[in-house]
Write a protein that binds this ligand. Structure first.
Ligand code: ADP
Ligand code: MG
Length: 309
């Protein structure tokens, strides 16, 4: 039996409430397939579109009702963990019941410690919210927001994205996973917190879910980190004439491709970096980047980009 941490990307959750209700059903099927095959599964997920939506909603609310003016990004992440976890855990529960598997499912509101001196706080890079046109993006910039062009797909807001240092609720997650429960944790990269005299304080940032999932997999001593996304494999020369999809790659080879700039920052690059980090952290650990629908084939070694030492 393998212990597997699955990091779900945007396409596993959809872009709004309605899409999410539909998307989680096939997501749950893919996850339960892995459990039926005998794997111990811990689920984490992104929250880019969702945290963008919540942040926008709270900001707009504050404009009309001044007493609701401030909702820090850390609280927006907590809200996103709550409602994504709610849909996800119910979809997982239904799928388990349907297949006659007796397992409990729960979502852990997860805080992740970051370094208050992380350079990311002065250089925001993490895309959140939906895609914008150039005109909409210019308006955002005028309002004082940071905006980037995202891998040829349009413009998006960016916020600070510090690196995860440790997972605060790790003992809870471990205990539940060891008891055979299905756990959803580290949603949206976790709620970013800093430690001050032993006390936790939320900070205005969004941790990349790929890095947080890597940290989760390491702290749980998992065998495999699966990063599920919108492409079946990572590619070098992506979108170019000489594009080449990657299958089995060593940590060294993958690092060379990162250094050569083959992976777009904010989308594929953090996945590849997280995958390398996990694979090189201990002998025998394997990272896999593939499509949600290909998770089963990927774990069987039939597809996806697999990174190992
Ligand atoms: P997620 O929501 O799963 O985190 P992202 O949109 O952040 O997904 O990242 C996945 C996307 O990265 C792919 O859909 C693809 O458009 C883009 N991408 C950028 N560079 C590459 C590359 N070298 N190989 C494959 N995909 C890439
Ligand atoms: Mg992403």
């Amino acid at each position: 039996m393998s212990k597997v941490v699955i990091a779900l990307g945007g396409n596993a959750l959809g872009n709004n409430l309605e899409e999410q209700m539909v998307a989680v059903r096939s997501t749950a099927k893919a996850i339960i397939d892995l459990i039926e095959d005998g794997n111990e599964v811990i689920v984490s997920h992104g929250n880019g579109p969702q945290v963008g939506m919540i942040n926008l909603a709270m900001t707009e609310l504050g404009k009309n009702y001044p007493k609701y003016s401030l909702c820090p990004m850390s609280v927006c992440v907590a809200m996103s963990q709550g409602y994504i976890g709610y849909d996800l855990q119910n979809a997982l529960r239904e799928e388990l019941l349907e297949r006659g598997i007796n397992k409990s499912v729960s979502t852990i509101i997860t805080q992740v410690e970051v370094d208050k001196n992380d350079a990311a706080f002065t250089n925001p890079t993490k895309p959140i919210g939906g895609f914008m046109t150039k005109e909409e993006a210019d308006l955002m910039v005028q309002k004082g927001e940071n905006v980037i062009e995202d891998a040829g797909r349009g413009y998006r807001r960016v916020v600070a994205s510090p690196k995860p240092k440790s997972i605060v609720e790790i003992e809870t997650i471990k205990t539940l996973a060891d008891a055979g429960h299905v756990v959803v944790a580290c949603g949206g990269g976790g709620i970013p917190v800093i430690k001050n005299d032993g006390k936790l304080k939320g900070v205005d940032a969004v941790i990349d879910k790929d890095f947080a999932s890597c940290e989760l997999a390491k702290e749980l001593d998992a065998d495999c980190l699966i990063i599920l996304t919108a492409v079946e494999k990572a590619a070098i020369n992506y979108g170019k004439e000489n594009e080449r999809w990657l299958d089995d790659v060593t940590v060294e080879e993958m690092q060379k491709y990162v250094d050569e700039g083959h992976f777009a920052p904010g989308s594929m690059k953090p996945k590849v970096e997280a995958a390398i980090d996990f694979a090189e952290s201990k002998e025998g650990r394997v990272s896999l980047i593939t499509l949600l629908e290909k998770a089963k084939d990927g774990i069987a070694g039939k597809t996806g980009t697999r990174i190992s030492k």
